[in-house]
Design a protein around this ligand. Sequence first.
Ligand code: THU
Length: 160
Amino acid sequence: MERYKISSEVCIYQDHELTAEDRELVELAKKATEQSYSPYSCFRVGAALRLRNGIIVTGSNQENASYPLGMCAERTAIFHAQHQYPDQPIESIAIAAFANGHFYPEPISPCGACRQVMLEVEDRYGEPVRVLLHGTGGTHIVETVKALMPFQFIGDSLKK
Ligand code: THU
């Protein structure tokens, strides 16, 4: 039997410790929660991503009476960005959640489906995507989606 460990590094930043660029992205993710259409869960999620060319694209969760048809904030933003700017790598994505009248003290982590989609972005452009998870107690930052998703399934996996 062999055993190995997989570990990920997460850094928690207070607002004043964030770079101006990261602070802006977090603020835009928070702002994007206002555009959420979430009458069923009442859980407003916002995402803001920065492209290599500096353009910021935002998204929010969009729900449907047929529940599974709804779309998460992260994928709303990512697919829009990749449609509009297919040659631009995504450098960073910030995520914030608002419910019961407040932003959450602890950040929410992207769902598995969104992690898989973010992983594809890293694979597609061959560059890491930084993930900024906002909580009122601090913004948790990982430098690559791989830190949130060990044992990745990517395009290469289909060729082996
Ligand atoms: N949601 C997101 O938008 N992003 C996530 O990472 C987790 C969940 C949305 C989906 C649904 O509209 C609501 O939050 C409750 O699950």
